[in-house]
Ligand binder design. Structure first.
Ligand code: NAX
Length: 327
């Protein structure tokens, strides 16, 4: 039998946490033969709710779930974890300045970076979900210098999956037949969902859709604004789709992407495709043996080039804002 893997979920009493922890405990993240021990962290005001989630996990009698740590102590939460999914953060509230929200998240991610660096298992893989996801991940990286940069990522898989979903609905094909869309840049409304290399059963999506106006217009804005559309409909932000995307992200990272398929991940940029280096930027990646590699050599047309630059510039600006919160 396999040794259990310890998976940390921060913000576990929140709505993504509530959707995510049962998925992990059922083997959706790490495989149906992989036992897990869940570490759940939240803040003291949510301690009682967190204990309720712990009780439900016990009640669900998941065969793969070998233990649960539910705590408000960041050191206890981080100790020995192999995978860390960072969902906890400070949400933007109506009327709040961007800088104030950034400042709260910078201080959270700075301290959680240190706890992970000192107490997580060696080679721990980190996925930041909480917004601003790319910049929170960058802060985590900066303040956990002994964790390799390649181990720190952020979630853009939800945006990637949303793009697959839109193409599948438009063409009336199975979503599993749509491949190789790309989310470039920031997990924000400047992200660029790119279908120029996407296929359905090996046929280019552009040739199948036959409507460049839609692909260059409404398709892009629909994906960019999907989070807001969910909030409008549900009066709550995306949760089950975010949790599912987090599982997809970790599963593909750990177990590998299928041959000929790439996925989108926010990773530490080396300047590929002229993206700014030194920010967490979403690229197309393939994964093998627990490591991601940026897909190289894709042709970028003029329309796309501008969109890659715009979202890159936003990330540079966010990085500067985050650094200004440190002083
Ligand atoms: P909730 O407000 O329901 O849950 C957040 C939880 O985090 C709360 O229980 C809160 O007490 C906890 N928390 C706050 N500070 C913490 C800290 N310092 N340590 C540990 N826990 C802490 O939000 P939810 O809807 O679950 O969303 C969580 C985050 O995901 C938000 O930042 C949200 O913006 C972000 N999202 C990111 C997405 C992505 O694709 N990257 C998509 C979905 C989502 O919007």
């Amino acid at each position: 039998a396999k040794e259990p893997v310890r998976v940390l979920v921060t913000g576990a009493a929140g709505q993504i946490g509530y959707a995510l922890v049962p998925m992990i405990a059922r083997g959706i993240m790490l495989g149906a033969d992989q036992p897990v021990i869940l570490h759940m962290l939240d803040i003291p005001p949510a301690a009682e709710a967190l204990n309720g989630v712990r009780m439900e996990l016990v009640d669900a009698a998941f065969p793969l779930l070998k233990g649960v740590v539910a705590t408000t102590d960041v050191v206890e939460a981080c100790t020995g974890v192999n995978v860390a999914v960072m969902v906890g953060g400070f949400p933007r509230k109506e009327g709040m300045e961007r800088k104030d929200v950034m400042s709260k998240n910078v201080s959270i991610y700075k301290s959680q970076a240190s706890a992970l660096e000192q107490h997580a298992a060696p080679n721990c893989k980190v996925l930041v979900v909480a917004n601003p996801a790319n910049t929170n991940a960058l802060i985590l990286k900066e303040f956990a210098p002994s964790i390799p940069a390649k181990n720190i990522t952020c979630l853009t898989r939800l945006d990637h999956n949303r793009a697959l979903g839109q193409i599948s609905e438009r063409l009336n094909v199975q979503v599993s037949d749509v491949k190789n869309v790309i989310i470039w840049g920031n997990h924000s409304s400047t992200q660029y969902p790119d279908v120029n290399h996407a296929t359905v059963r090996d046929k280019p999506v552009r040739e199948l859709v036959k409507d460049d106006e839609w692909l260059n217009g409404e398709f892009i804005t629909t994906v960019q604004q999907r989070g807001a559309a969910i909030i409008k409909a549900r009066k709550l932000s995306s949760a089950l789709s975010a949790a599912s995307a987090a599982c997809d992200h970790i599963r593909d990272w750990v177990l590998g992407t299928p041959e000929g398929t790439w996925v989108s991940m926010g990773v530490y940029s080396d300047g590929s495709y002229n993206a700014p280096a030194g920010v967490i930027y979403s690229f197309p990646v393939t994964c093998k043996n627990g490591e991601w590699t940026i897909v190289q050599g894709l042709a970028i047309d003029e329309f796309s080039r501008k969109k890659l630059e715009l979202t890159g510039a936003e990330l540079t600006e966010e990085k500067e804002l985050a650094y200004s919160c440190l002083s």
